[in-house]
Design a protein around this ligand. Structure first.
Ligand code: SF4
Length: 349
């Protein structure tokens, strides 16, 4: 059994705004194992990107604990030990925004090597960068002395990945790393990421709203909604036998490629829009959209409970906290009256 690389306990991240407090992360507990791809999926505003940034120390937590190989890192990046900063890195959604437009690819990819004293002089740095560019499938002869504005989106993201792996980290946060790219380039970048994880024995926190990508890469998956985890399971369990109504809703909107997959696909839709993280619903925060909600769901927030080995769910219906049962006929009737597009969160009728 792999050791835990990262342990997160009762993590909260609140942002105080003029209009009120945004509870971006509202008490989550999880682990990421050595050499594991932990997938985090959810709609916009669920708190998944904030989770990645808090793990990286870009935002300090409001409450809770984060440890990295048993070292406490529940602080912002500036307070962390240099050896730990070298061992963690992040790839952002917008590759262009994360690269300094005035620097060459050599300088950008070489910067972490210089910061962490991993090279002795420019010549050695160039040699390392040359190899890193080869690793991410960029021809060093062509790209080493170019600047970000001379690169395509996929090439920029490959440079960002080369920079992220330059210090040979154990852990990388991948925050929607392909969502800004053309579909044709997405597959190439995903293949690079999958190969690198294997070659470098890294752990990833892979953040996406794209369930297709998640299925290809994640060992375990957590689904997040308004700052909380609703379901955590091994990837095959998550996709084949989901238990939380919200997971079923998202999987129901996921395009399938075979008849077998289509048969397994849950036929369920959510109502309405995701509420504001500044004004959370009482009880279960999904109750405003859940087709199965009962009176108790409006009053009591369900805890994330292990319902089967390594399968955690936060729902009264599944947790046995009360005797709520699926009433499919009633749901079907209600669905005739309401049809919503979960992807665009847009009412159709
Ligand atoms: Fe739906 Fe109630 Fe379960 Fe929340 S606790 S997901 S409202 S059934």
């Amino acid at each position: 059994m792999a050791e835990n690389l990262i342990e997160v306990k009762n993590l909260k991240k609140y942002f105080d705004m003029e209009a009120g407090t945004v509870k971006a992360i509202d008490d989550i507990t999880f682990t990421i194992k050595e050499n594991e791809v932990f997938g985090l999926v959810g709609e916009s505003g669920s708190g998944k990107s904030t989770t990645g940034k808090v793990l990286m120390g870009i935002h300090p937590p409001t409450e809770g604990e984060i440890s990295f190989r048993e070292h406490d890192i529940s602080i912002s990046s500036s307070g962390r030990a240099k050896a730990i900063k070298r061992d963690m890195n992040m790839v952002f959604q917008d590759p262009g925004g994360s690269l300094n437009p005035t620097k060459t690819v050599l300088d950008i990819v070489g910067l972490p090597l210089r910061i962490h004293d991993m090279v002795d002089g420019k010549k050695e740095m160039a040699k390392e960068v040359y190899q890193l560019l080869n690793t991410v499938d960029l021809d060093p002869e062509r790209f080493m002395y170019r600047r970000p504005n001379d690169l395509g989106q996929g090439e920029k993201q490959a440079v960002a990945i080369a920079r992220a792996i330059a210090t040979d980290p154990s852990f990388v946060v991948l925050d929607e790393p392909t969502s800004a790219l053309d579909v044709s380039i997405q597959a190439k970048i995903m293949n690079i990421l999958i190969d690198l994880q294997d070659e470098y024995n890294m752990s990833y926190l892979f953040i996406t709203h794209d369930l297709g990508l998640m299925r290809n890469i994640a060992d375990r998956v957590a689904i997040m909604y308004l700052g909380r985890f609703f379901e955590v399971a091994d990837s095959h369990v998550f996709f084949e036998t989901p238990l939380h109504p919200y997971t079923k809703v998202l999987l129901g909107s996921f395009p399938t490629t075979t008849k077998e997959e289509e048969k397994l696909k849950p036929d369920l839709k959510a109502r309405g829009e995701i509420p504001s993280a500044m004004d959370l619903p009482s009880g279960c925060r999904f109750h405003t959209r859940c087709p199965f909600k009962e009176e108790k769901c409006l009053e009591t927030e369900p805890e994330l409970v292990e319902v089967q080995e390594d399968h955690f769910v936060a729902c009264h219906l599944v947790n046995g906290v009360d005797d709520v049962e699926y009433d499919v006929e009633e749901v079907e009737q209600e669905e005739k009256e309401f049809e919503y597009d979960i992807e665009g969160i847009e009412m159709k009728t």
